[in-house]
Design a protein around this ligand. Structure first.
Ligand SMILES: C[S@@+](CC[C@H](N)C(=O)[O-])C[C@H]1O[C@@H](n2cnc3c(N)ncnc32)[C@H](O)[C@@H]1O
Length: 204
Protein backbone atom coordinates (compact mmCIF):
# COMPACT_ATOMS: atom_id res chain seq x y z
CA UNK A 1 0.00 0.00 0.00
CA UNK A 2 1.45 3.39 -0.95
CA UNK A 3 2.06 5.96 1.79
CA UNK A 4 -0.36 8.36 0.13
CA UNK A 5 -3.14 5.76 0.02
CA UNK A 6 -2.53 4.92 3.67
CA UNK A 7 -2.53 8.60 4.61
CA UNK A 8 -5.81 9.44 2.82
CA UNK A 9 -7.52 6.19 3.85
CA UNK A 10 -6.83 7.13 7.48
CA UNK A 11 -8.57 10.52 7.24
CA UNK A 12 -11.44 9.69 4.85
CA UNK A 13 -14.15 9.10 7.44
CA UNK A 14 -13.61 12.49 9.12
CA UNK A 15 -12.67 14.43 5.94
CA UNK A 16 -15.95 16.37 5.76
CA UNK A 17 -15.77 17.46 9.42
CA UNK A 18 -13.35 20.30 8.69
CA UNK A 19 -14.87 23.72 7.96
CA UNK A 20 -11.77 24.98 6.14
CA UNK A 21 -12.08 22.07 3.67
CA UNK A 22 -15.81 22.62 3.25
CA UNK A 23 -15.51 26.30 2.36
CA UNK A 24 -12.49 25.64 0.14
CA UNK A 25 -14.39 22.94 -1.77
CA UNK A 26 -17.51 25.12 -2.04
CA UNK A 27 -15.56 28.01 -3.55
CA UNK A 28 -13.70 25.68 -5.92
CA UNK A 29 -17.02 24.17 -7.02
CA UNK A 30 -18.49 27.65 -7.60
CA UNK A 31 -15.42 28.69 -9.60
CA UNK A 32 -15.69 25.55 -11.75
CA UNK A 33 -19.42 26.05 -12.37
CA UNK A 34 -18.77 29.73 -13.29
CA UNK A 35 -15.89 28.93 -15.64
CA UNK A 36 -16.73 25.62 -17.32
CA UNK A 37 -19.86 24.79 -19.33
CA UNK A 38 -21.61 21.53 -18.44
CA UNK A 39 -24.49 19.75 -20.11
CA UNK A 40 -26.77 16.87 -19.16
CA UNK A 41 -24.92 14.71 -21.74
CA UNK A 42 -21.48 15.25 -20.25
CA UNK A 43 -19.39 12.47 -18.76
CA UNK A 44 -17.21 14.06 -16.08
CA UNK A 45 -14.16 12.65 -14.29
CA UNK A 46 -13.33 14.08 -10.85
CA UNK A 47 -9.69 13.09 -10.37
CA UNK A 48 -8.57 12.84 -6.73
CA UNK A 49 -12.25 13.17 -5.87
CA UNK A 50 -11.90 12.43 -2.15
CA UNK A 51 -15.32 12.29 -0.52
CA UNK A 52 -16.91 14.21 -3.41
CA UNK A 53 -16.99 17.71 -1.90
CA UNK A 54 -16.54 19.12 -5.41
CA UNK A 55 -17.71 16.42 -7.85
CA UNK A 56 -20.95 15.52 -6.11
CA UNK A 57 -22.00 19.18 -6.26
CA UNK A 58 -21.44 19.23 -10.03
CA UNK A 59 -23.35 15.94 -10.47
CA UNK A 60 -26.83 17.56 -10.78
CA UNK A 61 -25.72 19.39 -13.97
CA UNK A 62 -24.21 16.48 -15.92
CA UNK A 63 -24.97 13.05 -17.39
CA UNK A 64 -22.39 10.91 -15.59
CA UNK A 65 -19.86 11.50 -12.79
CA UNK A 66 -16.87 9.24 -12.29
CA UNK A 67 -15.07 9.83 -9.02
CA UNK A 68 -11.47 8.58 -9.25
CA UNK A 69 -9.09 8.32 -6.34
CA UNK A 70 -6.28 6.09 -5.05
CA UNK A 71 -7.90 5.94 -1.61
CA UNK A 72 -10.54 3.23 -1.35
CA UNK A 73 -11.76 4.74 1.94
CA UNK A 74 -12.34 8.11 0.21
CA UNK A 75 -14.23 6.32 -2.58
CA UNK A 76 -16.43 4.55 -0.01
CA UNK A 77 -17.42 7.94 1.45
CA UNK A 78 -17.99 9.32 -2.06
CA UNK A 79 -20.29 6.42 -3.00
CA UNK A 80 -22.13 6.51 0.33
CA UNK A 81 -22.89 10.21 -0.10
CA UNK A 82 -23.98 9.70 -3.71
CA UNK A 83 -26.33 6.89 -2.64
CA UNK A 84 -27.75 8.97 0.22
CA UNK A 85 -28.45 11.82 -2.22
CA UNK A 86 -30.09 9.45 -4.72
CA UNK A 87 -27.48 10.22 -7.38
CA UNK A 88 -27.73 7.14 -9.59
CA UNK A 89 -25.49 8.49 -12.39
CA UNK A 90 -22.36 8.41 -10.22
CA UNK A 91 -19.67 5.74 -10.09
CA UNK A 92 -16.24 5.36 -8.52
CA UNK A 93 -12.93 4.26 -9.96
CA UNK A 94 -9.91 3.19 -7.90
CA UNK A 95 -7.11 4.81 -9.83
CA UNK A 96 -3.54 5.90 -9.30
CA UNK A 97 -1.64 8.14 -11.73
CA UNK A 98 0.36 5.18 -12.96
CA UNK A 99 -2.75 3.18 -13.87
CA UNK A 100 -3.70 2.50 -17.45
CA UNK A 101 -6.75 4.69 -18.04
CA UNK A 102 -7.81 2.11 -20.63
CA UNK A 103 -10.90 2.95 -22.66
CA UNK A 104 -12.09 5.71 -20.31
CA UNK A 105 -13.53 8.63 -22.36
CA UNK A 106 -14.95 11.79 -20.78
CA UNK A 107 -16.05 15.29 -21.79
CA UNK A 108 -14.83 17.20 -18.74
CA UNK A 109 -12.16 16.54 -16.11
CA UNK A 110 -12.15 18.40 -12.80
CA UNK A 111 -9.61 18.03 -10.02
CA UNK A 112 -9.43 19.82 -6.68
CA UNK A 113 -6.37 19.98 -4.42
CA UNK A 114 -4.93 16.71 -5.75
CA UNK A 115 -2.21 17.88 -8.15
CA UNK A 116 0.32 18.89 -5.48
CA UNK A 117 0.34 15.17 -4.58
CA UNK A 118 1.21 14.16 -8.16
CA UNK A 119 4.92 13.66 -8.74
CA UNK A 120 4.81 14.22 -12.51
CA UNK A 121 1.85 16.45 -13.39
CA UNK A 122 2.87 16.66 -17.07
CA UNK A 123 2.49 12.89 -17.46
CA UNK A 124 -0.98 12.96 -15.92
CA UNK A 125 -2.02 15.87 -18.17
CA UNK A 126 -0.93 13.75 -21.14
CA UNK A 127 -3.27 10.98 -20.00
CA UNK A 128 -6.07 13.49 -19.43
CA UNK A 129 -5.62 14.83 -22.95
CA UNK A 130 -5.93 11.30 -24.34
CA UNK A 131 -9.18 10.45 -22.53
CA UNK A 132 -10.91 13.81 -23.13
CA UNK A 133 -13.28 14.13 -26.07
CA UNK A 134 -12.41 16.57 -28.88
CA UNK A 135 -14.31 19.46 -27.27
CA UNK A 136 -13.18 18.44 -23.79
CA UNK A 137 -12.28 20.83 -20.96
CA UNK A 138 -9.85 20.27 -18.09
CA UNK A 139 -10.22 22.33 -14.86
CA UNK A 140 -7.72 21.94 -12.03
CA UNK A 141 -7.82 23.79 -8.72
CA UNK A 142 -4.71 23.84 -6.61
CA UNK A 143 -2.49 26.02 -4.48
CA UNK A 144 -0.57 28.91 -5.97
CA UNK A 145 3.12 28.78 -5.10
CA UNK A 146 3.54 28.60 -1.33
CA UNK A 147 6.51 28.33 1.04
CA UNK A 148 5.92 24.72 2.08
CA UNK A 149 3.98 25.62 5.23
CA UNK A 150 0.47 24.78 3.96
CA UNK A 151 0.66 21.15 5.10
CA UNK A 152 1.79 20.37 8.63
CA UNK A 153 3.42 17.22 7.20
CA UNK A 154 4.80 17.39 3.67
CA UNK A 155 5.06 13.62 3.19
CA UNK A 156 3.53 12.92 -0.23
CA UNK A 157 3.46 16.60 -1.14
CA UNK A 158 5.50 16.84 -4.33
CA UNK A 159 4.81 20.51 -5.13
CA UNK A 160 4.48 23.58 -2.93
CA UNK A 161 1.78 24.91 -5.24
CA UNK A 162 2.20 25.87 -8.88
CA UNK A 163 2.88 29.07 -10.83
CA UNK A 164 0.78 30.21 -13.81
CA UNK A 165 3.82 29.54 -16.00
CA UNK A 166 3.94 25.90 -14.90
CA UNK A 167 0.24 25.46 -15.71
CA UNK A 168 0.64 27.10 -19.12
CA UNK A 169 3.47 24.68 -19.84
CA UNK A 170 1.50 21.60 -18.67
CA UNK A 171 -1.59 22.60 -20.67
CA UNK A 172 0.04 23.75 -23.90
CA UNK A 173 2.51 20.83 -24.05
CA UNK A 174 -0.47 18.48 -23.95
CA UNK A 175 -2.55 20.10 -26.67
CA UNK A 176 -4.80 22.36 -24.61
CA UNK A 177 -5.54 25.86 -25.93
CA UNK A 178 -5.36 29.20 -24.10
CA UNK A 179 -5.29 28.27 -20.40
CA UNK A 180 -7.24 30.66 -18.14
CA UNK A 181 -6.94 31.31 -14.42
CA UNK A 182 -9.30 32.51 -11.70
CA UNK A 183 -8.74 32.81 -7.98
CA UNK A 184 -11.10 30.32 -6.35
CA UNK A 185 -10.34 30.81 -2.66
CA UNK A 186 -7.93 32.15 -0.07
CA UNK A 187 -7.10 29.87 2.84
CA UNK A 188 -6.18 31.64 6.09
CA UNK A 189 -4.16 29.34 8.27
CA UNK A 190 -1.75 29.91 11.16
CA UNK A 191 -1.49 33.63 10.36
CA UNK A 192 -0.66 33.01 6.69
CA UNK A 193 -2.70 33.18 3.49
CA UNK A 194 -2.61 30.66 0.67
CA UNK A 195 -4.29 31.28 -2.67
CA UNK A 196 -6.10 28.51 -4.51
CA UNK A 197 -6.27 29.00 -8.26
CA UNK A 198 -8.56 27.33 -10.79
CA UNK A 199 -6.66 26.72 -14.04
CA UNK A 200 -8.69 25.56 -17.01
CA UNK A 201 -8.37 25.04 -20.73
CA UNK A 202 -10.13 23.36 -23.61
CA UNK A 203 -8.70 20.95 -26.17
CA UNK A 204 -10.32 22.72 -29.11
C1 LIG B 1 -6.44 17.08 -0.60
S1 LIG B 1 -7.46 15.73 -1.11
C2 LIG B 1 -8.74 16.55 -2.04
C3 LIG B 1 -10.00 15.72 -2.14
C4 LIG B 1 -11.16 16.40 -2.86
N1 LIG B 1 -10.83 16.67 -4.24
C5 LIG B 1 -11.58 17.66 -2.15
O1 LIG B 1 -11.44 18.74 -2.74
O2 LIG B 1 -12.08 17.56 -1.01
C6 LIG B 1 -6.49 14.95 -2.37
C7 LIG B 1 -7.11 13.68 -2.92
O3 LIG B 1 -6.30 13.24 -4.01
C8 LIG B 1 -6.13 11.83 -3.89
N2 LIG B 1 -4.85 11.48 -4.52
C9 LIG B 1 -3.62 11.87 -4.12
N3 LIG B 1 -2.69 11.34 -4.93
C10 LIG B 1 -3.35 10.62 -5.86
C11 LIG B 1 -2.93 9.82 -6.96
N4 LIG B 1 -1.64 9.67 -7.24
N5 LIG B 1 -3.86 9.20 -7.70
C12 LIG B 1 -5.19 9.34 -7.40
N6 LIG B 1 -5.64 10.07 -6.35
C13 LIG B 1 -4.74 10.71 -5.61
C14 LIG B 1 -6.15 11.57 -2.40
O4 LIG B 1 -6.46 10.21 -2.09
C15 LIG B 1 -7.19 12.54 -1.91
O5 LIG B 1 -8.48 11.99 -1.89
Amino acid sequence: MSNLKQRFDAVAQKWDQNNMRLSLAKNITDAILDSVSFSKDDRVLDFGCGTGLVGLNIAPFIGKLIGADLSSAMLEQFQRKADESGLAHVETLALDVDADFGSLQVDRIVSAMAFHHIEEPARLMQKFSRILSAEGILAIADLAKEDGSFHSDNTGVYHFGFSHEEWVHFFVENGFKKPSFVKAHTVNKNGKTYEVILSFAAKA
